[in-house]
Design a protein around this ligand. Structure first.
Ligand SMILES: *Cc1c(COP(=O)(O)O)cnc(C)c1O
Length: 356
């Protein structure tokens, strides 16, 4: 399906790390494949990408990434089916969002063919690293950062687009207990919350550490003005099921437009699950927890697909979610992963075949 239009030079690794990878005990995102993609932006244009052995890179101490945080990323996965065919999930959406993030951070937008051809060439070269075990996949991290130099607070004149890949096991967070955050904010109106900008994550670490010290795993972000509407679960979009209805917050300046989120919404509709995209107030969630209509809460994102929430804390009070036999979370996760792993028909056209 992918027609290679970009002439990508490949420098092969002298030796392969494939024998050192323990595919039965993969952690998430901590071992890497043999190669990586590098594409430089200089003299006002993106240069042809190249593939080189996975290795450290060298930067000037004044590189603007270090001082001004001009840095964005994407998160995606490659899946391998029984026959060894390789698939991606809605990759054009990742490219589109990378450029939305780039635009907001004054980073030059990346041509689609460099993204797609770079990605598919790299995956074909490192195909042996794509796990086949159920739930495992190759986590893919495309990213762009300011490599240009100078202690001047302005956009850099040079950037690097890179793709690194990590064979990864199922992302399993266990029973997640979350804290509804009322002091700190992840993002603000007019800010960069809708971009996958590096600093968004750095800003989450400290409030999350405080929540962890109190015995929670993760923070539920609320709106920055009133702290009354729930917006995201850590670095995932959030869904709440009240009665039979599945609700998620509308995307905005402050909320990232997740590909998992929009896939869940579309699939839920087709499964006959009533859905609503609207603001969800903390008051409503607490009320529903008290009167027994709060059925499920879960986070949604590429890494875990769906991460069920077992309990939440709000103003020194913990609320436990019921344990149901059949959950929307399970049903939707199965529906989405079956498409990703080529185990089911894909009426949506979400699955993208890398191999010919
Ligand atoms: C990446 C991300 C998500 C999930 O997006 P997906 O496209 O589903 O992976 C949600 N929220 C935040 C803040 C994110 O960074």
């Amino acid at each position: 399906m992918s027609v290679a239009t970009t002439n990508i030079a490949i420098e092969k690794a002298a030796t392969s790390k494939i024998d050192q990878i323990d595919f039965d005990n993969l952690a998430f995102g901590s071992v890497f494949t043999d190669h990586m993609l590098v594409c430089d932006y200089k003299n006002g244009t993106w240069q042809t990408p190249k593939i080189v052995p996975y290795r450290p890179i060298s930067l000037d101490p004044s590189a603007k990434i270090f001082h001004y945080g001009q840095s964005i990323c994407e998160g995606m996965k490659a899946y391998k089916d029984e026959k060894g065919d390789i698939f991606l999930f809605r990759p054009a959406d990742n490219h589109r969002r990378l450029n939305i993030s780039a635009h907001r951070m004054a980073i030059p937008e990346l041509p689609k063919e460099y993204f797609m051809d770079g990605l598919t060439t790299l995956l074909k070269l490192d195909h042996q690293f794509i796990p086949t075990k159920t739930g495992s996949s190759l986590y893919i991290r495309p990213f762009i950062f300011a490599s240009g130099n100078g202690f001047h607070a302005s956009p850099a004149d040079a950037y690097k687009f890179m793709i690194a890949c990590a064979p990864s096991g199922a992302y399993f967070a266990g029973e997640v207990k979350v804290l509804i955050e009322e002091k700190y904010s992840r993002s603000a109106n007019g800010g960069v919350g809708y971009a996958k900008a590096g600093g968004n994550y750095a800003g989450q670490f400290y409030p999350t550490q405080l929540a962890v010290e109190k015995g929670y795993n993760q923070v539920i972000w609320t709106d920055d003005t009133e702290h009354e509407y729930i917006e995201e679960a850590g670095a995932m979009n959030i869904f709440v099921r009240i009665g039979d209805t599945l609700i998620t917050a509308p995307t905005s300046d402050r909320i990232l437009d997740g590909i998992t989120r929009k896939s869940i919404l579309e699939m839920a509709e087709d499964m006959g699950i009533p859905t609503q995209v609207r603001k969800i107030s903390v008051t409503e969630v607490v009320e529903a927890a008290k009167n027994g209509t709060l059925m499920e809460m879960f986070g949604a994102g590429t890494a875990a697909v769906i991460s069920p929430i077992a309990a939440f804390g709000y103003r020194d009070q913990d609320y436990t979610l019921p344990s149901l036999n059949e959950t929307y979370a399970q049903k939707l996760k199965k529906g989405i992963t079956n498409i990703q792993y080529n185990l089911a028909e894909d009426p949506y056209g979400w699955r993208y075949k890398v191999t010919d």
